[in-house]
Design a protein around this ligand. Structure first.
Ligand SMILES: [Zn+2]
Length: 182
């Protein structure tokens, strides 16, 4: 921009904005008294991933009892032979409650996996990042979801051999996990 042009612009008179007349402000109403809220416990930010496992908390307590012995198991319908996952209290096909408990294979293949990089459930906050995956059990028509340990998530491969393991939750509960072994 030339010096000449700048000078021209600077000399243009700006419109005068009239002053805003002073408006009287009504007196403020007294602020309502607020009840002081005191947090008694930290809010539950995280979901509890593990289900209740007591006799009073679930009718599937045998699943957890067996898991404590290192056995992954589920229910099978005594009438139509349907294998369930997760274990049930009644058959979803024929609705009978005549079910039997069967042990499942302790080996499987990783069908798919992903990584938890943030927002881990309760008890796993310090484990981030970790892997979760879908596992096809060897010799059973079931694909199970679960955590996959034994290898960093970015070193896992589809098709990896995994072993089913019981995992003791620090609060006394138990759950299953997979461990990559091949
Ligand atoms: Zn059935």
């Amino acid at each position: 921009m030339s010096r000449e042009r700048r000078r021209t612009r600077a000399s243009v008179a700006l419109p005068v904005v009239p002053e805003t007349p002073e408006v009287p402000v009504p007196p403020a109403a007294p602020a309502p008294r607020r009840k002081k809220v005191v947090a008694e416990a930290p809010p539950p930010y995280l979901l509890d991933f593990f289900p209740p496992e007591t006799e009073a908390g679930t009718r599937l307590v045998r699943f957890f009892d067996r898991l404590r012995e290192g056995r992954l198991s589920t229910t099978r319908c005594a009438k139509d032979d349907l294998l369930h996952w997760p274990p049930r209290t009644a058959c979803p096909r024929c609705h009978t409650e005549e079910l039997e408990w069967v042990d499942l294979p302790d080996r499987g293949r990783l069908y798919a996996f992903s990584a938890v990089l943030a927002g881990a459930p309760q008890g796993m906050e310090r484990d981030v990042p970790f892997a979760v995956g879908l596992v096809d059990l060897d010799g059973a028509p079931l694909r199970l979801f679960g955590r996959v340990d034994g290898r960093p998530w970015n070193e896992l491969e589809i098709g990896a051999t995994v072993r089913v393991e019981s995992y003791e939750v620090p609060d006394g509960r138990v759950f299953y996990r997979f461990r990559a072994i091949g």
